[in-house]
Design a protein around this ligand. Structure first.
Ligand code: SAH
Length: 399
């Protein structure tokens, strides 16, 4: 298990503190010595300077995060270990799925004790992202564990996220188990969507916004709704189901918009309302809407990650401020803005300051009347605050 011959990583004196706090990342700068020549993804024993084994981790020679802990103790990492961890994560979501809710996140990486492993359930299909060397190494065990824990008929790998480059891993998209026939049907909040699990963004659908879409649905009644960065229409369909008067939805992706339109058409009880879809850059289109003299009772801003890390925060702040300023100006008196940031590099505090600055420059009086975070199937381990990436504010413009 951790005897002689097993590769090991020995930490510099005093650098075991974050592991003691159950944070799973071991940075290259904390390592004094590597013994046994581990290759990418190999299991290593992590030792303190005094030689005590304090964790069992996956080694990643090309990443600054040189190892990620599977366990904070000596442990045998094998297929049975993955079966147990995956089952625990799946069991924690018991009760989240029913006939009207057939999609949720099953494994949320570090916060489910499985660093680098993401798994999303879309009906009978599970889509995995393997984002670290260790996760990549255990692909087969993870796929088998997901089938065993869920009874899924199909497992698809969507490992094309950029972060794999940092781990020295090539992109990989393929069907790992079963067969895939086109897009996958799901229901969220009783609304039907199709998910392009092979070519859509991330694993195909932004499950982290599930509860936010539900809240928007309840806010939309009688309002003209603007949905900027609409992707495949999630917030738009939720708003229409909630009784929106009409909707304008913007995205730069023609593929996403095509799927959004067909999602709306497939929900026949929703299809009759006025829905306009615009393939455009949001920054330019918000200005065009302003110039057209449009106004809205509810606006949603759910942009992509402008700041992956804190190093990008300044540029991201300008982008967030720009779209929030424009959206606040487009609000009717008493109108609502649901505004989000999924940037790990922008804290909730900073995001609130940016929105406050936008309101000031827009000369709009507004108040926060609610807050959003990721759905409960995206837990944030208390020891892993980096997992808390998604934040949102519900802002009401004064009458
Ligand atoms: N709210 C969506 C998810 C949004 S993801 C949901 O609930 O499903 C972000 C979206 O922004 C993507 O669809 C991407 O195509 C789009 N996008 C990124 N940059 C853009 C830009 N500058 N203008 C318009 N759309 C953009």
């Amino acid at each position: 298990m951790t005897g002689r011959g097993v590769p090991s990583v020995t930490l510099k004196a005093g650098r075991e503190k974050s592991l003691a706090q159950r944070h799973p990342w071991i940075f290259s700068g904390a390592i004094e010595r590597v013994d046994g020549e581990p290759s990418s993804g190999d299991t290593v024993a992590v030792r303190t300077h005094d030689g005590a084994v304090v964790a069992t981790a996956a080694y990643s020679p090309s990443s600054q995060i040189r190892a990620r802990a599977w366990a904070f103790a000596p442990a045998a990492i094998d297929a049975a270990w993955f079966a147990q961890r995956v089952r625990a994560a799946v069991d924690a979501r018991a009760g989240m799925l029913d006939a009207d809710h057939t999609a949720c996140r099953l494994v949320h990486g570090e916060s489910d004790g499985l660093p680098g492993v993401i798994a999303d359930r879309y009906g009978d299909t599970v889509v995995v992202q393997l984002l670290s060397a260790g996760a990549d190494r255990w692909r087969d065990a993870i796929a088998d564990a997901l089938v065993a824990a869920t009874g899924a008929t199909t497992v698809v790998e969507r490992s094309d996220a950029e972060v794999r480059q940092l781990e020295g891993l090539p992109p990989r998209n393929e069907v790992l188990r079963g067969a895939l026939a086109g897009s996958v049907p799901i229901r969220e909040d009783g609304i039907a969507y199709r998910v392009d699990v092979m070519a859509g963004q991330k694993t195909g659908f932004y499950l982290d916004q599930r509860t936010s879409r539900h809240r928007v649905r309840r806010l939309a009644h009688g309002r003209s709704v603007l949905n900027a960065f609409c992707y495949t229409g999630g917030f738009t369909l939720a708003a229409i189901a909630g009784g929106a008067r009409d909707t304008v939805s913007i995205d730069s992706s023609a593929d996403a918009l095509a799927l959004a339109r067909s999602n709306l058409a497939a929900n026949r009880e929703l299809a009759s309302r006025g829905a306009s879809w615009r393939e455009a850059d949001v920054f330019a289109e918000l200005r065009r809407l302003r110039d057209e003299g449009r106004s809205f009772g509810l606006a949603i801003l759910d942009p992509p990650k402008f700041a992956p890390t804190a190093a990008h925060a300044a540029r991201a702040a300008r982008a967030y401020k720009d779209i929030n300023l424009l959206a606040l100006k487009l609000l009717e008196p008493g109108g609502l803005l649901a505004t989000f940031s999924c940037s790990g590099g922008v804290s909730a505090d900073l995001f609130q300051k940016i929105v406050a600055g936008a309101a000031l420059d827009a000369k709009v009086d507004a108040a926060i009347v609610g807050r959003f975070s990721a759905s409960s199937d995206h837990p944030v381990a208390l020891a892993f605050p980096e997992g808390d990436y998604l934040k949102g504010l519900l802002v009401r413009r004064s009458v």
